[in-house]
Design a protein around this ligand. Structure first.
Ligand code: FAD
Length: 416
């Protein structure tokens, strides 16, 4: 069997190793236009802040690929002919396959702000290794930067630039930071924290026009509120989309929606073609663009390619991140009602969301929590009262210090 995987991100590589585990004889190749070796995209910021070497972003030893006979092919795939079981790379090389996995991940959204077409340098994204290279090249000559887009990637780029001494204007189109994930109180907590780090956060504002200097490098951004923000670097962090732009033009395109349409066993609409990770769109229009889902999907797609019966159901949503110094843990979904508590005088808060008296989600800032407890309580449909009485069980305390929960419990008593 000749397995070919397009994309060496966490979905593609997990799949390659899972295939090898079960099939010692197969030929397995992984194609990537971005990099020779799998790296941790979520740690890109630590490389930019010089806290990790690029090589340290690679979760596996390079020799593991040879040991497991995983062939690595560097190049962009530009054509897919499913009737001939054949791929073509941008440089004309042909790759035959018996079974193909599309694990092409996400590409950053681009914008069409007036003036951008005249800018030849200084505009960056923060998604790929190539983006990192551009950022690292530009940062020594950058005194001021504008970052547009109030999500997770935007705040990471802001932190990296601030770390290098760049003055940053951070443009957030919404009324508070990241309303897609955070309620107003938490958004305001993060906003105050960013401002405390010297970030000039502009809410309810976005780019109206971009200007370039005589050398073609970005020189200024005008916002819709009429502010003129001088800059030598403009970061565009306005979301990502499944990396499928190249597929409508191939000889046999798979069915596409927002992503590559797949069934619950990750089969795409073409024979012997599967898709997994950020690029895949599951039934119910679900596109999961997070690390652990891509990893799990890669594992299960491999099982499906090996002939196992697979019926993927998206797990409870879980993510953790950091906004500068503030830890963030989120599990589950937003509920119609919630209990919110801000620890007095501290950048710590908890929000427990519930519906019909059962807990459905957690949004925790400023302290570390063991999310497996949250998942258990949600799945067991525990009441808010029970969860409040057991909350201490989910606190990590060894390294970070346990926050006392008495105040939160007293506030809960008073409110109920
Ligand atoms: C800065 C940043 C921070 C993040 N932080 C978090 C976080 O804290 N938590 C979290 O859960 N998620 C986070 N994510 C999202 C997470 O990284 C992704 O969900 C995950 O990496 C997706 O893995 P994947 O294997 O599906 O795709 P990817 O990692 O995107 O890999 C796909 C690969 O395929 C290549 N490719 C695409 N098209 C072609 C082609 N035609 N030919 C050849 N190669 C191709 C791409 O170049 C890429 O190398 C973050 C993402 C970014 C950018």
């Amino acid at each position: 069997m000749n397995y070919v995987i397009i994309g060496n991100g966490v979905a593609g590589i997990t799949s390659a190793f899972a295939l090898r585990k079960r099939d010692g004889a197969a030929r397995i190749s992984v194609v990537s236009g971005e990099s020779d070796y799998f790296f941790s995209r979520t740690a890109l910021m630590y490389a930019f802040m010089d806290r990790m070497n690029l090589r340290d972003l690679e979760p596996f030893e390079r020799k593991d690929y040879d040991a497991k006979r995983i062939e690595r092919v560097r190049g962009w795939v530009t054509n897919l002919d499913a009737s001939a079981h054949n791929l073509t790379l941008a440089d004309g090389r042909q790759i035959a396959y018996d079974r193909l996995l599309l694990a092409t991940g996400s590409f950053p959204n681009q914008a069409a702000w007036p003036g951008l077409e005249y800018v030849s340098s200084g505009v960056v994204n923060f998604v790929s290794l190539q983006d990192l290279e551009v950022c690292e090249r530009l940062v020594p000559s950058t005194h001021r930067a504008v970052v547009a887009g109030g999500g997770l990637i935007g705040v990471e780029l802001v932190e990296c630039l601030a770390h290098h001494g760049v003055k940053v204007d951070f443009l957030v189109r919404e009324s508070w930071y990241w309303p897609m994930a955070l309620a107003k109180e938490e958004g305001e907590l993060i906003a105050a924290h960013l401002r405390g780090h010297g970030i000039r956060l502009h809410l309810d504002d976005e780019i109206a026009e971009v200007s370039a200097g005589a050398d073609g490098r970005v020189s200024k951004v005008r916002t819709i509120q009429g502010k003129d923000l001088p800059c030598q670097l403009l970061g565009i962090c306005i979301g990502v989309r499944p990396a499928i732009d190249w597929l409508p033009g191939v000889k046999t395109p798979p069915a596409l929606g927002r992503g590559i349409l797949v069934t619950n066993d990750f089969r795409a609409s073409l024979p012997d073609v599967w898709a997994a990770g950020d690029c895949a769109e599951l039934p119910n229009a679900q596109v999961e663009q997070i690390w652990y889902s891509a990893q799990r999907q890669g594992e299960l797609a491999a099982q499906s390619m090996l002939g196992d019966a697979v019926d993927y159901r998206p797990p409870l949503f879980y993510n953790s991140a950091k906004f500068f110094d503030i830890e963030y843990t989120t599990v589950g979904v937003a509920g119609p009602e919630s209990f919110f508590y801000r620890f007095p005088g501290r950048e710590i808060s908890l929000r427990i969301m519930h519906r019909d008296s059962a807990v459905v989600g957690f949004n925790m800032l400023g302290s570390r929590w063991n999310h497996t407890w949250f998942e258990r309580w949600i799945l067991e449909r525990r009441s808010l009262k029970e969860v409040m009485s057991q909350l201490h069980l989910s606190q990590f305390d060894v390294e970070f210090g346990r926050i006392p929960l008495d105040g939160a419990r007293a506030a809960f008593q008073a409110a109920s």
